[in-house]
Write a protein that binds this ligand. Sequence first.
Ligand code: HEC
Ligand code: HEC
Length: 418
Amino acid sequence: MRLLILFIIANAALFLFGCGEEKAPEMAAVPAPEDNIFTNREWSVIQRLSPLPEAPPPSPTNRVADNLNAAQLGQMFFFDTRFSKDGTVACATCHSPFHGFADVEATSLGAGRGTRNAPTLLNVAYNQWQFWDGRADTLWSQALAALEGEIEQAGTRLQYAHLVHQYYAADYETVFGALPELEDTARFPTDGKPGDVAFDRMSEADQHAVNTVFANIGKAIEAYERLLISRNAPFDRFVAGDTEAISPEAKRGLKTFIGKGVCILCHDTPTFTDNEFHNLGVPQGPLPEDAGRYAGISLLLSDPFNGGGVYSDDTAVATRILNFLEPIPRHQGEFKTPTLRNVALTAPYFHTGEFPTLESVIEFNNLGGTGGNFVGQRERTLEPLQLSEQEKTDLVEFLETLTGESPPTHLLIKPNLP
Ligand code: HEC
Ligand code: HEC
């Protein structure tokens, strides 16, 4: 009796002072399906994973992020191989619409051979960080890194500004306003980037003008990437109430995913990533040492195109976040938790691309790592999982229910290039 009174008083206090709201709800908003597979508590965890929010988070550093004219222009840049050093590589070379906007190769071949696996671009606009090491804090600055990256497109910003002037001037000016006087090749040489004599000799104002065109190319590409959303996977239909949308094996796999497999510790949002970086001890195999996030932080902070820089359209939030970042040794060997949506389409896996199948990834997790050559310390909480053969195949079955509907096809048709 006394306990009951205390309980009532405590609840009244919580009610009065409003601190009861933070309590995790015991009961889910929508009740669990009546097939006795999931408890109500499990069901409320599952509901955190679906649906994908209607729109990706806003991108204040890019004022044209949601402008459709910009997206159309960005789509053309995405498929245009002229935007590369030798005219043979485009974004789509490694992010193929036919393979979930990822690459079937372990490491991609562009202007050179890289040392990391190309991630999917589906739902990429929901990411807080770009690249496995998070060295870009916006999609538009990520695109610039690819356009000039030695292993990707390896061209130069002056080359790209001239391509825009030659082939896309009208569409560009509709979105971004007047181009600089690029026909004057004495002022604006046809090729070059910082570090090249041709670029370094230009006046500061002209360099700034070219950097602005370069940044705008990235902003148009981001506007296109923001439309690459894939939703309504069988898993989403299941959570929305269609109990038949996924198989009994997949349901058991889901139970393992949020339970014994502890996958939910990191893959815990509707995009199935915590937007954080972890060291799973994935071996580098034949690839060179990779410090991951540790090196990524320094690269991000020194990037003139980061969200806090002069080419950003709103530096306030980005600067606050950047100020928090520090390359401390704990980040050695950490990589970004990737999305698991559409993961069945995007083999091979992990940042190295050395794991050919979902089975091999799960076996790696099950063993609690396999040793081998990796940088830094494996996260201490990761222990062998003791999963049975059945639990492993169920997990794969579940991951296969995360393949969503592709973005509308008109966005995927290779446009007729001028
Ligand atoms: C030569 C192959 C290649 C080309 C060309 C290429 N990429 Fe990538 N892309 C990759 C690889 C590999 C990664 C991962 C690299 C890393 O993390 O260091 C990546 C990462 C990304 C990411 C980060 C995704 C994430 O989840 O972290 C985005 C976004 C992206 N690329 C978009 C583009 C765009 C836009 C273009 C064209 C301007 C482009 N890529 C050109 C191979 C390529
Ligand atoms: C401690 C956080 C953490 C836990 C727990 C975790 N993951 Fe991951 N997952 C990651 C990170 C980080 C990566 C990328 C690692 C890398 O490439 O170095 C990853 C990669 C993956 C990939 C490869 C995706 C791709 O595109 O390459 C799959 C599949 C995956 N995880 C599934 C699972 C499953 C299933 C479980 C549970 C059995 C699980 N993860 C548990 C953090 C985690």
